[in-house]
Design a protein around this ligand. Sequence first.
Ligand code: URA
Length: 432
Amino acid sequence: MTTLIERKRDGGVLDPAEIRWMISEYAADRLPDYQMSALLMAVFMEGLEPQELDAWTDAMLHSGEILDLSNVPIPKVDKHSTGGVGDKVSIPLAPMVAACGVAVPMMSGRGLGHTGGTLDKLESIPGFRTALDPPEFRSIVERTGLVLAGQSETLVPADRRLYALRDATGTVPSIPLIASSIMSKKLAEDLDALVLDVKVGRGAFMRDLDRAHLLAETMVGIGAARDTQVVAVLTDMGQPLGRAVGNANEIAESIEVLQGGGPPDLLEVTYRLGEEMLMRSGKAVERADARSRLEEAVESGAAFEKLAEVVIAQGGDPEALHDPGLLPSAGHEHVITASSTGYLARADALDIGMGAVALGAGRQRKEDGIDPAVGITIEAKLGDMVEEGQPLARVAWNDSARLEAALRYVEGAFAVSSEEVVAPPLIYGEVS
Ligand code: URA
């Protein structure tokens, strides 16, 4: 291992057998964290050559079980986001697509750093279970065409250990490490196609468009080499997506989308990704056709019913979907108002995400619990005209010390300009 660390440190190349050995030894707990940490930092600094990335991804993929979904007779497509603030897209999107006859075996993650996690949000539905073993995961997707669960212990176990180590050693934002981490997990799902939402901006792991593009190309390339169609859509994460940032409040906003409402930016990203999922699965040829199928699934109530079906299948209370008042709610509200009249020039996703974590909607340490009831509701979007004293955000809180910590981030997250502000684009493009 010392030889491998030194070689990578000095810009050399590791061969596939060395990478396979290293990943499997680490997954089996036979390599110490300090050596793997040093190797990860060398990879962070030096990158991986294409053949190294290929071997790294394969080694991760084969560190555990690969799902067998061959009993699912319809196309299987998943969507994965690289992580953002207010990014609840998966929750309305997966049932919309499943209602159009595509199987969506969705494996999601928990909140990470300042970004929220689909599993944490789903668990604010009373009773909803996200920890499913592979037989139950398979059985639910076979029955309903949809499952919304966490990654099982047996799938890509190497990533679980490596991710925790990266989180603690400053080696998360590396393009080859992110690409292999995400793609190994997605390839283990036995998919026909994968749609990636690569987030760009202050609230994302990729802050600039060039790096986001490179990450998208790297992931699309990994899929292409393994006969899995992958398309990556690059979307903005400079400001939070939609209005709700938190957990239960994001479920309520997702329900709004499935009932024909919802904020325009959330709808635009959700429908765009849904169109890609239907086109890649062969359910639609033209974007317009895909769009009208998705709209029909919402208007007819089929998408909402699909979510209710999967909530029941995973032990949740479907009444909470019909009456979001049954979702956890916080005891108090603090309103942040505009300090002057003008145009909203800043609604910083990173600060708002950090504020939500401080409030208890996310974790400061891995072992922390979260409070599903607390969160932030954004009342104005970049470029909106606002009046002095008008609410910009509502902070729903339960603990005054946590509120104080959250306000240190959230109060500075907003700025109003007297000059007109042009809202940034929401969708920057796609890579396939
Ligand atoms: N999400 C993942 O699953 N892995 C990463 O490395 C980053 C985001």
